[in-house]
Design a protein. Structure first.
Lengths: 318, 333
């Protein structure tokens, strides 16, 4: 009678199974998919809508991977480290993070993780050191409808951190990136990254030391610092990793350098932007590729100087 | 005196008419044109702004056809099936609908009904293989406008699947200013099973961010291979054989950012037409644009799209000059 015997056999293990279940940390399962923060919340709360938490960090720890954290009201929600799939969404309640000398959001997740940041107000106060959003690991990160200002670097895309992620795709859209040393920086952290992709769409990128920087040889300081080398990019190339930045439909105004690209495997694709009022509209060093298209899509005027593109691709057949 | 006699006869029926009126459900008339929902509401309420409801489904039953439902605050407002003209508007409050294993919004309205969805956050939930079915599934309506919304983690984000239930029906769907990401298929436009020979299906995608989907925006003139379409059963959810079912299916793809998908624009089967203008189609890992089985992939000159840094891309098989059109129009003046 094999079938009836199997069940009593399992039952023998039941006490052990219960013990195993009890030994598992409660956070391993049962976390809700939604977390809430409020300016009047408390991190001792469960982060429910009626009992919201006080900080993003508190809410991330109490929200399941793949979950969504929302702001009930405007507030200062503190710096946060993200190491799993999560979305933080605070459109029009301006989820604020004040981050003097540190990273407001530090994303160091696995190669399959996806992160969405929406409606954040990241303020580095005085370009003294911090980064708005550091991305060293993730499959994809989307930053939309946000304001990022007062940082050494606004958004720093640098695959190759820990845990090692070799290929990463970051999108920054509909955001206001201003008054940073460097607005957006796309450059691998070290030689073991393989591909670093950043797409900037429909942003206002104004009043930064450098607007959008692409480097295939990393940066000369961590985080990239426009005071250490030109737009923070490294000249000597111990490594050279493909870094592609799609710069589409942005307003790039009143920066020191609008678009900067450096290194033989660095490619900046520049289409449908208005690039005006910068000291250097576009700048290219060390065989970086500055690519535009025909018929012309950008308007590049009223800059003190600008480099011509070294790659112009005809789109007529398309 | 025939006129007077007619009145007298009507009066005789008056008591019966009153009874009929009383027997009709109160929802048939007198519903307000505005409904409100709140995360702290209750569906037992009247859905007024001072006594809001808890769910979209609850508010829908208490709001008149042609009315507007608005969110008072952020919240999870539940899945909903729409069968009449209605607008749900929650811009800047991020009205969430979590839809694990189901459809978030289904529009199955009359052929003259119009639906607006604005400022919704539709989430198929989870990590890994997507289990949410469809973000917005349009089966029947005169027009559906989806704007300022985020739609993610579904097998299909927006599905225009106009069938109308045995009616020759046409429908027009517009998706604008929305963020459509991390779906098997971002937007899928195809006819439904009951689409008659005179019907056609039109979907216009304008100024959206369509990124990180397996397939960004798909147009097929035949039936989907599965319900809902997904990328595990067929390439971009489109069956390889049209099977004799072909209806005019037009997708206008204007001014979108189509990035980091496996396949950005996908069009298949003979009566499928994708009009592609003013998009940036970049960094898609398999195809920027792909055309199969006599479908039409149309672009315009002078060139308007920027299509770069994709692993591969199919050329358009129809390129329409816009310069001559302008000239002709000017001549006509």
């Amino acid at each position: 009678m094999p079938a009836p015997r199997r069940h009593p056999g399992l039952l023998k293990f039941a006490p052990a199974l219960v013990l195993i279940a009890l030994a598992l940390p409660s956070s391993a399962f049962g976390l809700p998919n939604r977390g809430w923060v409020s300016g009047t919340g408390d991190d001792a709360n469960p982060c429910s809508r009626s009992k919201p938490c006080k900080t993003f960090a508190g809410a991330v720890s109490k929200t399941a991977a793949g979950g969504v954290i929302r702001c009930l009201d405007p507030g200062g929600y503190g710096t946060v480290r993200i190491s799993k799939s999560i979305a933080i969404k605070c459109s029009d309640r301006e989820g604020g993070i004040l981050a003097a000398g540190t990273a407001a959001v530090n994303i160091s997740a696995a190669a399959t993780d996806k992160v969405t940041l929406r409606g954040l107000d990241l303020n580095g106060t005085a370009q003294t050191g911090g980064v708005g959003v550091t991305v060293t690991g993730a499959a994809s990160v989307h930053i939309v409808d946000s304001e990022i200002s007062g940082f050494k670097t606004g958004v720093w895309v640098s695959p190759g951190g820990s845990p090692t992620v070799t290929s990463m795709r970051v999108v920054v859209a509909n955001s206001h990136i201003h008054d940073n040393g460097i607005g957006l920086y796309n450059g691998p952290l070290a030689g073991y990254g393989e591909y670093s992709s950043l797409t900037a769409r429909n942003n206002l990128i104004a009043d930064n030391g450098c607007g959008v920087v692409t480097s295939s040889a990393g940066s000369s300081a961590l985080p990239p610092d426009a005071n250490v080398s030109e737009c923070g990019a490294q000249a000597s190339q111990f490594f050279n990793v493909t870094a592609v930045t799609g710069i589409f439909g942005n307003g790039i105004y009143d920066n020191g350098e609008g678009v900067f690209v450096r290194g033989t495997r660095a490619l900046a694709q520049v289409a449908y932007n208005r690039i005006t009022g910068n000291d250097l509209g576009m700048h290219r060093l060390d065989s970086g590729t500055l690519q535009t298209y025909t018929p012309a899509t950008n308007v590049i005027v009223n800059n003190a100087a600008t480099d011509p593109p070294n790659s112009v691709i005809a789109q007529t057949k398309r | 005196m025939p006129a007077r006699r007619r009145h007298a006869r009507l009066l005789r029926f008056a008591p019966a008419l009153v009874l009929i009126a009383l027997a009709l459900p109160s929802s048939a008339f007198g519903l307000p044109n505005r409904g409100w929902v709140s995360g702290t509401g209750d569906d037992a309420n009247s859905c007024s702004s001072t006594a809001p409801c808890k769910t979209f489904a609850g508010a829908l039953t208490k709001t008149a056809a042609g009315g507007v439902i608005t969110c008072l605050d952020p919240g999870g407002y539940g899945t909903v099936v729409i069968r009449k003209s209605i607008a749900i508007k929650c811009s800047d409050t991020e009205a969430g609908i979590g839809a694990a294993g189901t459809n978030a919004v289904t529009v199955n309205a009359g052929v003259t009904d119009k639906v607006t969805l604005k400022g919704l956050d539709l989430n198929g939930t989870g990590v890994g293989p997507r289990t949410g079915l469809v973000g917005v599934r349009v089966l029947s309506a005169a027009s559906v406008h989806i704007t300022d919304s985020e739609i993610y983690r579904f097998k299909t984000g927006v599905q225009a699947n106009l069938s109308g239930g045995n009616r020759d029906v046409s429908g027009r769907v517009v998706v604008a200013n929305s963020h459509i990401h991390d779906n098997d298929i971002g937007i899928y436009n195809s006819p439904g099973f009951y689409m008659g020979f005179d019907g056609f299906t039109s979907l216009t995608a304008r100024n959206n961010l369509i990124a990180d989907n397996d397939c960004g925006i798909v147009t097929s003139s035949t039936l989907p291979s599965t319900t809902p379409p997904d990328t595990s059963s067929a390439m971009c959810g489109v069956p390889f054989e049209a099977g004799g079912f072909n209806r005019t299916t037009v997708t206008s793809i204007f001014g979108n950012g189509i990035y980091d998908n496996e396949q950005g624009v996908f069009v298949e089967h003979p009566d499928a037409l994708a009009l592609v203008a003013y998009n940036r189609i970049a960094s898609n890992s398999v195809f920027g644009m792909r055309r199969l089985d006599s479908a039409t992939l149309q672009t315009f000159t002078p060139a308007t799209n920027v299509i770069v840094n994709n692993a591969a891309t199919d050329p358009p098989n129809s390129v329409v000059a816009q310069t001559k059109r302008q000239a002709k129009r000017n001549r006509g003046r």
